[in-house]
Design a protein around this ligand. Sequence first.
Ligand code: ADP
Ligand code: MG
Length: 218
Amino acid sequence: MAHEIRNPLFSIGGFANSLLRNTSLNEEAREKARIIFEESRRLDEILKRILNFARPTEQKMGIFNPEIVARQTMELMTIGAADRKITAVSDIAPNLPKVLGNAENLKQCLINLVKNAMEAMPDGGTVTMYAYRNDGHVAIMVQDTGVGIPPELQDQVFSPFFTTKHGGAGLGLAMSRKMVEEMGGKVYLKSKTGEGTSVILLLPAALAVDDPSLQETK
Ligand code: ADP
Ligand code: MG
């Protein structure tokens, strides 16, 4: 459907653009043409995001060590945290089992979660990344002491394009859930208004007898 909307939109934008170049147009009419042109561009950007979201992500599956990904993410995200009065804590259990999936995608998920955590603490606070073994899974939890999510919004935050932020894309949680589910995992949310939020990823541990066709990535 997004494709079908893009074609007429392309005509609208194109003709608005040609009107804009028409020198016989008075200023008032040109301003209107400019708005049509810019709004059609904005719609096109939204459609591009929808098309991107609908596409399966590039997931080259491999066996990797989730501990490395968790540590790398925290190293990356801690830069600049102190300036924002945010304490970043890592609580990562030793000897975690490896998981099957895509390390880069998991890193992107964790970056999304830590970014949300930091954005939820405008006056500072603590973001903690926990990683631990949980039955046949590796659990990774990103916890913050931020504003929390009201109960009536908790079902919506994973919907693509849902955002409460000015200029937010609303894709962080939706993309994260999609990528984790593609790895055979699950995402859970726990949140209390005024206290904070935890997002938990459960990733299936790779079995001891692994498929030899899957190469070790990290
Ligand atoms: P975005 O960050 O662009 O708004 P996300 O998909 O990452 O999109 O998050 C969607 C919405 O969920 C946010 O706008 C916010 O309202 C809520 N949210 C996500 N993470 C948190 C969090 N850690 N604390 C409070 N609210 C959150
Ligand atoms: Mg976000």
